[in-house]
Design a protein around this ligand. Structure first.
Ligand code: ADP
Length: 573
């Protein structure tokens, strides 16, 4: 599958290869319409020659008729009919009647049913589709003239024609011809109608196709459509540009599987079976997968989405893969993160120094008013340091943890103890249900931060009179937590920490955005409760870095429960 070949939408003109009768030039159509009669006449002439050579060579009627049809066939093919009004070519079928009449007169007793030759011009007139009533009348009169010709005065009747039953022929045949003409006329009209409808459907499809093509081509988003066998059906301009960026250096064309694709970090090559198009062709649908394409200065980041197509029988019929260039967005995010990290780092150093000096100053013998001012300054400097630390944590790489043997029970106990005063001040009942020991392979600093964050939230967002309950327990066995809320699968034991409060709680919509950076619920913002909206995003990053998960269940005005589960891994105690 080459992605470099520009492809366009499948054309609505697919049926163009073969032209149908109506699309031929008029001259050719007139000749083709005359041919059935010409060929049938040749067959009849051969039959007469074989059965009664005398008639074929000796009858002036026969020769006249044969010559007439031959001449009309030549005229049908050479006259530039398109220069005249369409009705002018009727002269050929009408003169055909005149030629058939002597032919049938001469040979009617040799080849029975020769008058049926007049069916050809009748059919032709009716089939022409113009002036239907006139065409039917002329066809009827023409076939009647042919059948009645032998009975005109001066023509010698053949003995069998004197038989009464034979006399029915001149009456019946013209009516049969008329019926044939009517049938042909109805058929033509219904076919014409169908053709008009088909034409307009095709025109509509073609115009929609053009519109779609314009939309697809003007889109900044790269679009690739691949059929079930892996052939490109469509690739728009944006995608052709992206494809070019991904080509190995020095190449200006190449198939998709040679493009330089990396994971979002821009350096880890994507294994062949995990390439976006390969996965899409396996029928996998996905949204917003971030990858990098190309190398060095020209590398771009793409957000890739794939959606499978299915035929009427629900079989996989191809896939649509959409590539959105998110390089600017990624750059902006990186710049923001760098900025936050640098600014908060720069803030922290002078702040720590301010706090240090305030501490020292407060140890001095001070005027009570000055002491009060300094305590307020110290409180606010502490708060500022807390905010700056949160910002720094959010910018720091939360995906790496340095694990060691940790007694989680002790770790949680420490955190609980450090917020006891705070809880008491807030008028809350703080209870903890912890085992004596629970060992885990964890990063003690990051896990402490996890517990601190959850505890400080529970205290901040629970009104006086409420309660905060902390519990730690061990979940055992393979897949112990796999079934919970689509949680993590895995073997071995897990540590589960729950922090339950009877606070403000949250709505479902609020719960869904909880782990997003800087998100704070409306109620909390309006109540001006201090915070940055970063704590839970950081907490989630730390928990995931431990291979665990964080879940929340909450009800507005009832309370919230945060549950953290991490694998105990190789802990020996
Ligand atoms: P912060 O607490 O600094 O605002 P977090 O990321 O820790 O930031 O929390 C984000 C938001 O989630 C909070 O602002 C609050 O609206 C909501 N929230 C967090 N914990 C609770 C809780 N226990 N009860 C009610 N709302 C909570």
């Amino acid at each position: 599958m080459s992605l470099a070949t520009p492809t366009t939408l499948p054309s609505a003109k697919g049926a163009e290869g073969r032209r149908h009768f109506g699309q031929f030039p008029l001259q050719r159509r007139v000749l083709l319409s005359q041919m059935p009669l010409a060929i049938s006449t040749v067959v009849v002439a051969i039959a007469v020659l074989v059965i009664e050579p005398g008639v074929a060579t000796g009858s002036p009627h026969f020769v006249l008729g044969l010559g007439g049809i031959g001449l009309l066939t030549v005229l049908a093919g050479v006259v530039p009919w398109h220069r005249f009004h369409p009705v002018v070519y009727w002269v050929i079928p009408l003169l055909d009647f005149v030629a058939i009449a002597p032919l049938w007169t001469a040979a009617r007793y040799v080849v029975d049913g020769m008058s049926l030759l007049s069916a050809f011009p009748v059919f032709w007139l009716a089939w022409s589709g113009i002036y239907p009533a006139l065409a039917l009348t002329l066809g009827f009169l023409g076939s009647a003239a042919v059948t009645w010709w032998p009975y005109l005065p001066g023509e010698a009747p053949f003995p069998d024609e004197l038989v009464e039953s034979a006399l029915t022929r001149p009456v019946v045949v013209p009516f049969l011809m008329l019926a044939l003409g009517v049938a042909a006329s109805i058929l033509t009209r219904s076919m014409d109608k169908q053709r008009v409808e088909l034409r307009s459907a095709l025109d509509r499809a073609a115009s929609q196709n053009r519109m779609l093509q314009a939309v697809v081509e003007t889109s900044d988003v790269g679009i690739l459509v691949v059929d079930g066998r892996g052939n490109d059906i469509l690739m728009n301009q944006a995608q052709r540009r992206t494809h070019f960026i991904g080509l190995p250096p020095g190449r200006d064309d190449g198939p998709e599987d040679e493009l330089l694709l990396f994971e979002a970090d821009g350096v880890t090559p994507i294994p062949p079976e995990e390439r976006p198009v390969t996965q899409a062709l396996q029928g996998k649908d996905y949204r917003g997968r971030i990858i990098a394409i190309g190398t060095d200065g020209s590398q771009q980041h793409l957000s890739v989405s794939a959606s499978s197509m299915y035929d009427e029988e629900d079989h996989f019929d191809g896939t649509v893969v959409v590539f959105q260039n998110v390089t600017d967005l990624m750059d902006a995010i990186q710049t923001r993160e760098r900025f936050v990290a640098e600014v908060s780092h720069e803030f922290r150093t002078p702040l720590t120094s301010i706090i240090g000096y305030l501490d020292v100053a407060l140890d001095e013998d001070l005027d009570p008013i000055v002491r009060k001012f300094l305590i307020t300054s110290q409180r606010n400097a502490d708060r500022l340091l807390g905010l700056v630390t949160s910002l720094l944590d959010s910018a720091a790489d939360s995906s790496t943890v340095t694990v060691q043997e940790v007694n989680l029970a002790r770790l949680v106990q420490n955190s609980v103890e450090s917020v006891e005063v705070q809880a008491k001040k807030a008028g809350l009942r703080l209870t903890a249900d912890l085992p004596d020991r629970m060992g885990a392979e964890a990063d003690p600093v990051k896990m402490s931060q996890v517990v601190d964050n959850l505890l400080s939230n529970a205290i901040k967002y629970t009104p006086a009179g409420g309660s905060v309950t902390v519990a730690l327990r061990r979940l055992g066995g393979v897949g112990g937590i796999g079934g919970v809320d689509g949680g993590v699968d895995g073997g071995g034991d897990w540590a589960e920490l729950t922090v339950r409060d009877t606070g403000f709680g949250m709505t479902k919509a609020e719960r869904e955005r909880l782990f997003t950076n800087f998100y704070r619920t409306e109620h909390v913002r309006k109540a001006a409760i201090p915070g940055t909206g970063l704590g839970l995003a950081i907490t989630q990053g730390f928990v995931r870095a431990h291979g665990g998960e964080i879940l929340v269940s909450s009800e507005k005005d009832v309370g919230s429960t945060f549950t953290v589960r991490i694998p105990i891994a190789g802990s020996t105690f």
